[in-house]
Design a protein around this ligand. Sequence first.
Ligand code: RUB
Length: 269
Amino acid sequence: MNRKRFDKIAGDIKKIKIQGARNIAKSALLAYSLVPTKSSIKKLKSLRPTEPMLEKVLNLVEKKPYKEILEHFNSAQNKINLSVLKLIKNGDVIFTHCHSTNVSNALIYAKKKGKKFQVYNTETRPLFQGRKTANELRKAGIKVTMFVDSAVALAIEKENRKDKIYADKIFLGADALLPNGIINKIGSGLIAELAHAHKIPFYIVADSWKFTKKKVPIEQRSLNEVWNNAPRNVKIKNPAFEFVPKKYISGIVTEFGIMKYDKFVGRME
Ligand code: RUB
Protein backbone atom coordinates (compact mmCIF):
# COMPACT_ATOMS: atom_id res chain seq x y z
CA MET A 1 0.00 0.00 0.00
CA ASN A 2 2.76 2.44 1.00
CA ARG A 3 4.79 1.39 -2.04
CA LYS A 4 1.82 2.14 -4.29
CA ARG A 5 1.42 5.61 -2.78
CA PHE A 6 5.18 6.18 -3.10
CA ASP A 7 5.07 5.26 -6.79
CA LYS A 8 2.06 7.52 -7.37
CA ILE A 9 3.81 10.54 -5.80
CA ALA A 10 7.05 9.82 -7.71
CA GLY A 11 5.08 9.52 -10.97
CA ASP A 12 3.21 12.76 -10.31
CA ILE A 13 6.47 14.62 -9.67
CA LYS A 14 7.97 13.26 -12.88
CA LYS A 15 4.87 14.16 -14.93
CA ILE A 16 4.69 17.68 -13.38
CA LYS A 17 1.28 16.95 -11.83
CA ILE A 18 3.16 17.96 -8.73
CA GLN A 19 5.24 20.97 -9.75
CA GLY A 20 7.28 23.84 -8.34
CA ALA A 21 10.34 23.45 -6.14
CA ARG A 22 8.46 23.69 -2.84
CA ASN A 23 5.67 21.25 -3.72
CA ILE A 24 8.21 18.81 -5.16
CA ALA A 25 10.37 18.89 -2.02
CA LYS A 26 7.35 18.55 0.32
CA SER A 27 5.87 15.68 -1.69
CA ALA A 28 9.23 13.89 -1.84
CA LEU A 29 9.43 14.17 1.94
CA LEU A 30 6.02 12.51 2.24
CA ALA A 31 6.99 9.81 -0.26
CA TYR A 32 10.17 9.05 1.68
CA SER A 33 8.17 8.72 4.90
CA LEU A 34 6.11 5.98 3.18
CA VAL A 35 9.13 3.99 2.00
CA PRO A 36 12.11 5.24 4.05
CA THR A 37 15.04 3.58 2.29
CA LYS A 38 18.27 4.72 0.67
CA SER A 39 16.98 3.64 -2.73
CA SER A 40 13.90 5.87 -2.23
CA ILE A 41 16.22 8.82 -1.66
CA LYS A 42 18.13 8.01 -4.85
CA LYS A 43 14.96 7.60 -6.91
CA LEU A 44 13.30 10.78 -5.57
CA LYS A 45 16.43 12.89 -6.16
CA SER A 46 16.54 11.77 -9.79
CA LEU A 47 12.99 12.89 -10.64
CA ARG A 48 13.67 16.60 -11.23
CA PRO A 49 17.39 17.37 -11.73
CA THR A 50 17.13 21.18 -11.40
CA GLU A 51 15.90 21.14 -7.78
CA PRO A 52 18.44 21.76 -4.99
CA MET A 53 15.65 21.99 -2.39
CA LEU A 54 14.57 18.46 -3.26
CA GLU A 55 18.14 17.33 -2.72
CA LYS A 56 18.48 19.30 0.52
CA VAL A 57 15.34 17.79 2.02
CA LEU A 58 16.37 14.27 1.02
CA ASN A 59 19.81 14.82 2.56
CA LEU A 60 18.10 15.84 5.82
CA VAL A 61 15.62 12.95 6.08
CA GLU A 62 18.08 10.59 7.73
CA LYS A 63 19.29 13.26 10.17
CA LYS A 64 16.21 15.25 11.27
CA PRO A 65 12.67 14.31 12.29
CA TYR A 66 10.06 14.52 9.52
CA LYS A 67 8.01 17.15 11.38
CA GLU A 68 10.97 19.42 11.89
CA ILE A 69 11.81 19.44 8.17
CA LEU A 70 8.18 19.97 7.24
CA GLU A 71 7.82 22.91 9.59
CA HIS A 72 10.55 24.80 7.75
CA PHE A 73 8.34 25.27 4.66
CA ASN A 74 5.62 27.13 6.52
CA SER A 75 7.85 29.15 8.78
CA ALA A 76 9.89 30.33 5.76
CA GLN A 77 6.73 31.13 3.78
CA ASN A 78 5.25 33.15 6.66
CA LYS A 79 8.35 35.33 6.81
CA ILE A 80 8.44 35.72 3.02
CA ASN A 81 4.79 36.84 3.10
CA LEU A 82 5.57 39.66 5.52
CA SER A 83 8.39 40.97 3.30
CA VAL A 84 6.38 40.75 0.06
CA LEU A 85 3.58 42.66 1.79
CA LYS A 86 5.99 45.56 2.31
CA LEU A 87 6.94 45.59 -1.40
CA ILE A 88 3.38 45.80 -2.75
CA LYS A 89 1.79 49.25 -3.06
CA ASN A 90 -1.92 49.86 -3.57
CA GLY A 91 -2.65 50.12 -7.29
CA ASP A 92 0.33 47.97 -8.33
CA VAL A 93 0.28 45.69 -11.34
CA ILE A 94 2.47 42.72 -10.45
CA PHE A 95 3.81 40.45 -13.14
CA THR A 96 4.63 36.78 -12.59
CA HIS A 97 5.45 33.75 -14.73
CA CYS A 98 4.84 30.01 -14.38
CA HIS A 99 3.57 28.83 -10.97
CA SER A 100 5.51 29.45 -7.80
CA THR A 101 3.94 28.58 -4.45
CA ASN A 102 6.27 31.04 -2.71
CA VAL A 103 4.98 33.82 -4.98
CA SER A 104 1.30 32.79 -5.03
CA ASN A 105 1.09 32.38 -1.27
CA ALA A 106 2.70 35.77 -0.70
CA LEU A 107 0.29 37.48 -3.13
CA ILE A 108 -2.72 35.80 -1.52
CA TYR A 109 -1.46 36.89 1.90
CA ALA A 110 -1.12 40.50 0.69
CA LYS A 111 -4.67 40.39 -0.67
CA LYS A 112 -5.96 39.09 2.69
CA LYS A 113 -4.14 41.95 4.40
CA GLY A 114 -6.13 44.41 2.28
CA LYS A 115 -3.56 45.38 -0.39
CA LYS A 116 -5.20 46.45 -3.64
CA PHE A 117 -3.28 45.21 -6.66
CA GLN A 118 -3.72 43.11 -9.77
CA VAL A 119 -1.59 40.47 -11.44
CA TYR A 120 -0.45 39.94 -15.00
CA ASN A 121 0.91 36.54 -15.85
CA THR A 122 2.00 34.39 -18.76
CA GLU A 123 0.64 31.01 -19.87
CA THR A 124 4.04 29.30 -19.54
CA ARG A 125 4.05 26.89 -22.41
CA PRO A 126 4.36 24.04 -23.00
CA LEU A 127 2.72 22.88 -19.75
CA PHE A 128 0.63 25.99 -18.94
CA GLN A 129 1.54 26.36 -15.27
CA GLY A 130 0.35 29.98 -15.65
CA ARG A 131 -3.21 28.65 -15.55
CA LYS A 132 -2.57 27.17 -12.12
CA THR A 133 -1.34 30.57 -10.91
CA ALA A 134 -4.32 32.36 -12.47
CA ASN A 135 -6.76 29.94 -10.86
CA GLU A 136 -5.22 30.17 -7.40
CA LEU A 137 -5.11 33.95 -7.48
CA ARG A 138 -8.61 34.46 -8.89
CA LYS A 139 -10.04 32.15 -6.21
CA ALA A 140 -8.43 34.45 -3.66
CA GLY A 141 -10.22 37.42 -5.28
CA ILE A 142 -7.16 38.86 -7.06
CA LYS A 143 -7.76 40.28 -10.55
CA VAL A 144 -5.62 38.37 -13.06
CA THR A 145 -4.87 39.12 -16.72
CA MET A 146 -3.11 36.39 -18.66
CA PHE A 147 -0.87 36.92 -21.69
CA VAL A 148 0.59 34.43 -24.16
CA ASP A 149 4.29 33.99 -23.47
CA SER A 150 5.32 35.94 -26.55
CA ALA A 151 3.36 38.99 -25.32
CA VAL A 152 5.61 39.35 -22.30
CA ALA A 153 7.21 42.59 -23.52
CA LEU A 154 3.79 44.14 -23.96
CA ALA A 155 2.79 43.07 -20.47
CA ILE A 156 5.74 44.61 -18.68
CA GLU A 157 7.16 47.50 -20.71
CA LYS A 158 6.29 50.90 -19.30
CA GLU A 159 6.28 52.34 -22.84
CA ASN A 160 2.93 50.64 -23.28
CA ARG A 161 1.49 52.97 -20.63
CA LYS A 162 -0.90 54.56 -23.11
CA ASP A 163 -2.60 51.19 -23.44
CA LYS A 164 -2.56 50.97 -19.63
CA ILE A 165 -0.76 47.67 -19.82
CA TYR A 166 2.55 47.43 -18.08
CA ALA A 167 3.78 46.02 -14.80
CA ASP A 168 5.02 48.03 -11.81
CA LYS A 169 7.09 45.16 -10.46
CA ILE A 170 7.92 41.58 -11.17
CA PHE A 171 7.94 38.69 -8.72
CA LEU A 172 9.37 35.37 -9.90
CA GLY A 173 10.04 32.24 -7.91
CA ALA A 174 13.20 30.18 -8.21
CA ASP A 175 14.23 26.57 -8.45
CA ALA A 176 17.86 27.16 -7.64
CA LEU A 177 19.62 30.05 -5.93
CA LEU A 178 23.28 30.05 -6.97
CA PRO A 179 26.18 32.32 -5.98
CA ASN A 180 26.01 34.19 -9.32
CA GLY A 181 22.25 34.19 -10.04
CA ILE A 182 19.18 32.02 -10.05
CA ILE A 183 17.55 29.30 -12.14
CA ASN A 184 13.82 29.44 -12.83
CA LYS A 185 11.31 28.41 -15.49
CA ILE A 186 12.29 28.95 -19.10
CA GLY A 187 11.30 32.49 -20.08
CA SER A 188 12.62 33.97 -16.82
CA GLY A 189 15.83 35.15 -18.52
CA LEU A 190 13.92 37.11 -21.16
CA ILE A 191 11.68 38.65 -18.50
CA ALA A 192 14.76 39.64 -16.47
CA GLU A 193 16.39 41.32 -19.48
CA LEU A 194 13.22 43.23 -20.28
CA ALA A 195 12.85 44.31 -16.65
CA HIS A 196 16.44 45.54 -16.66
CA ALA A 197 16.07 47.42 -19.95
CA HIS A 198 12.83 49.08 -18.85
CA LYS A 199 13.83 49.68 -15.21
CA ILE A 200 11.09 47.58 -13.72
CA PRO A 201 11.90 46.24 -10.24
CA PHE A 202 12.58 42.52 -10.55
CA TYR A 203 12.35 40.44 -7.37
CA ILE A 204 13.03 36.78 -6.75
CA VAL A 205 10.77 35.33 -4.04
CA ALA A 206 12.17 32.05 -2.75
CA ASP A 207 12.89 29.89 0.26
CA SER A 208 16.62 29.93 1.09
CA TRP A 209 16.70 26.12 1.04
CA LYS A 210 16.94 26.47 -2.74
CA PHE A 211 20.50 27.77 -2.34
CA THR A 212 23.37 25.61 -3.53
CA LYS A 213 26.99 26.05 -4.53
CA LYS A 214 26.87 22.91 -6.66
CA LYS A 215 26.51 22.99 -10.43
CA VAL A 216 22.81 22.59 -11.26
CA PRO A 217 21.91 20.90 -14.56
CA ILE A 218 19.07 22.31 -16.65
CA GLU A 219 16.33 19.71 -17.08
CA GLN A 220 15.58 18.89 -20.73
CA ARG A 221 12.02 17.64 -21.01
CA SER A 222 10.21 15.45 -23.49
CA LEU A 223 9.90 16.80 -27.04
CA ASN A 224 6.30 15.60 -27.12
CA GLU A 225 5.38 18.34 -24.64
CA VAL A 226 6.15 20.83 -27.43
CA TRP A 227 4.84 19.00 -30.50
CA ASN A 228 3.39 15.54 -30.23
CA ASN A 229 4.19 13.49 -33.36
CA ALA A 230 6.30 16.27 -34.85
CA PRO A 231 7.79 15.51 -38.30
CA ARG A 232 11.02 13.56 -37.92
CA ASN A 233 13.26 16.17 -39.54
CA VAL A 234 12.12 19.00 -37.25
CA LYS A 235 14.46 19.26 -34.29
CA ILE A 236 12.85 20.37 -31.03
CA LYS A 237 14.48 21.58 -27.85
CA ASN A 238 12.56 21.73 -24.60
CA PRO A 239 14.68 23.11 -21.74
CA ALA A 240 12.49 23.47 -18.63
CA PHE A 241 14.57 26.15 -16.93
CA GLU A 242 17.16 28.84 -17.49
CA PHE A 243 19.76 30.84 -15.62
CA VAL A 244 19.17 34.51 -14.68
CA PRO A 245 22.36 36.43 -13.78
CA LYS A 246 22.32 38.36 -10.49
CA LYS A 247 22.88 41.71 -12.26
CA TYR A 248 19.22 41.66 -13.31
CA ILE A 249 17.86 40.98 -9.82
CA SER A 250 16.75 44.10 -7.92
CA GLY A 251 16.32 42.12 -4.71
CA ILE A 252 15.66 38.68 -3.33
CA VAL A 253 12.96 37.93 -0.77
CA THR A 254 13.66 34.93 1.45
CA GLU A 255 12.85 34.10 5.05
CA PHE A 256 15.84 36.35 5.91
CA GLY A 257 14.08 39.42 4.49
CA ILE A 258 14.50 41.58 1.38
CA MET A 259 18.15 41.76 0.32
CA LYS A 260 20.46 42.63 -2.52
CA TYR A 261 21.47 39.35 -4.14
CA ASP A 262 25.12 39.53 -3.01
CA LYS A 263 24.08 40.16 0.58
CA PHE A 264 21.87 37.08 0.48
CA VAL A 265 24.73 34.96 -0.91
CA GLY A 266 27.02 36.29 1.84
CA ARG A 267 24.40 35.27 4.42
CA MET A 268 24.40 31.72 3.02
CA GLU A 269 28.19 31.30 3.09
C1 RUB B 1 8.20 25.71 -11.58
C2 RUB B 1 9.00 26.95 -11.42
C3 RUB B 1 8.78 27.77 -10.18
C4 RUB B 1 9.83 27.38 -9.12
C5 RUB B 1 9.51 27.95 -7.75
O1 RUB B 1 8.64 24.86 -12.64
O2 RUB B 1 9.87 27.28 -12.22
O3 RUB B 1 8.90 29.13 -10.43
O4 RUB B 1 9.90 25.97 -9.01
O5 RUB B 1 8.32 27.39 -7.30
P1 RUB B 1 7.93 23.44 -12.89
P2 RUB B 1 7.92 27.30 -5.73
O6 RUB B 1 6.47 23.70 -13.11
O7 RUB B 1 8.62 22.87 -14.08
O8 RUB B 1 8.17 22.61 -11.65
O9 RUB B 1 7.82 28.70 -5.24
O10 RUB B 1 6.60 26.61 -5.79
O11 RUB B 1 8.99 26.55 -5.00
